[in-house]
Design a protein around this ligand. Structure first.
Ligand SMILES: [Zn+2]
Length: 255
């Protein structure tokens, strides 16, 4: 279903079959959203530099699946792909990156995720680094609530105002204050071990990680987040201008 009116000259012929098979979110999107997604995916595949690390081979599937998840994040934003203007390249490792030495710590402005086992990385003014095995797992199994692609690209949205502080650019002072109030309260609950079962404790690291972890759950387990943390769901819905819980319900009704 969902044949597009335009041919996609740049994407692989079977790109839509790839996302249908590999990206669970795709099933919830309507035809208009899929059309927009196609433009975004094509833009990401063509305008970003894609690099394979450690002898890994970049395939159409790798590029398409990662681009589709990154595209989902900006589907409702006016900026569209401009929100990723700072993403020069996407570097894909075959699997979880293991580092023996973290003593020096990350460079300034760098967010490193996964401690010694690194699933991904997003640097201010630098690339997004993704472990393919984690990306593939997250795309297929949103029910686990983990998605490294959503996580790292959320860091890039956070960095749009040149601060890695867990608060992306918001339309006005009221929206910003509400964001800070809600996220600070939830971060404190998580730090106190009272954050509930949905948000990974890693989100307690700092406000930037909280936003990235909350974004993973917002898109991956939206109905549960809406039920258990309605205020957090609400500020994320207002920022992303998407209602993934409603999308899941609509899909269930239509099926
Ligand atoms: Zn992170």
């Amino acid at each position: 279903m969902g044949l597009f009116r335009r041919r996609r000259a740049v994407l692989a012929d079977d790109w839509e079959a790839i996302v249908e098979r590999a990206v669970a979110h795709w099933a919830h999107l309507d035809d208009d959203e899929r059309d927009q997604m196609a433009d975004l995916i094509e833009g990401l595949v063509t305008t970003k530099r894609w690099e394979a690390a450690q002898g890994f081979e970049l395939t159409d599937e790798v590029r398409t699946v990662i681009a589709a998840q990154a595209a989902l994040l900006v589907l409702g934003l006016d900026a569209g792909l401009d929100a990723y203007h700072d993403v020069g390249s996407v570097i894909v490792h075959p699997s979880t990156m293991r580092f023996r030495e973290l003593a020096e710590g990350p460079a300034a402005g760098t967010v490193v995720d996964g401690d010694v086992d690194l699933l991904g990385q997003a640097s201010y003014g630098g690339p997004v680094v993704i472990a393919w095995d984690a990306a593939r797992r997250g795309a297929r199994h949103p029910e686990h609530g983990h998605d490294v692609v959503l996580h790292e690209f959320a860091h890039k949205l956070d960095m749009l105002d040149h601060l890695v502080d867990g608060t992306p650019p918001l339309p006005d002072a009221d929206a910003r204050q509400r964001w800070i109030d809600v996220c600070t309260r939830e971060l404190e609950l998580l730090r106190a071990g009272e954050g509930g079962h949905l948000l990974d404790p890693y989100g307690a690291t700092n406000p930037a990680e909280f936003f990235a972890v909350a974004t993973e759950v917002f898109f991956s387990r939206p109905e549960e987040l809406e039920r258990h943390k309605p205020e957090l769901y609400d500020v994320l819905r207002a920022f992303y201008r998407q209602d993934p819980a409603e999308r899941v319900r609509r899909h269930r009704f239509e099926r």
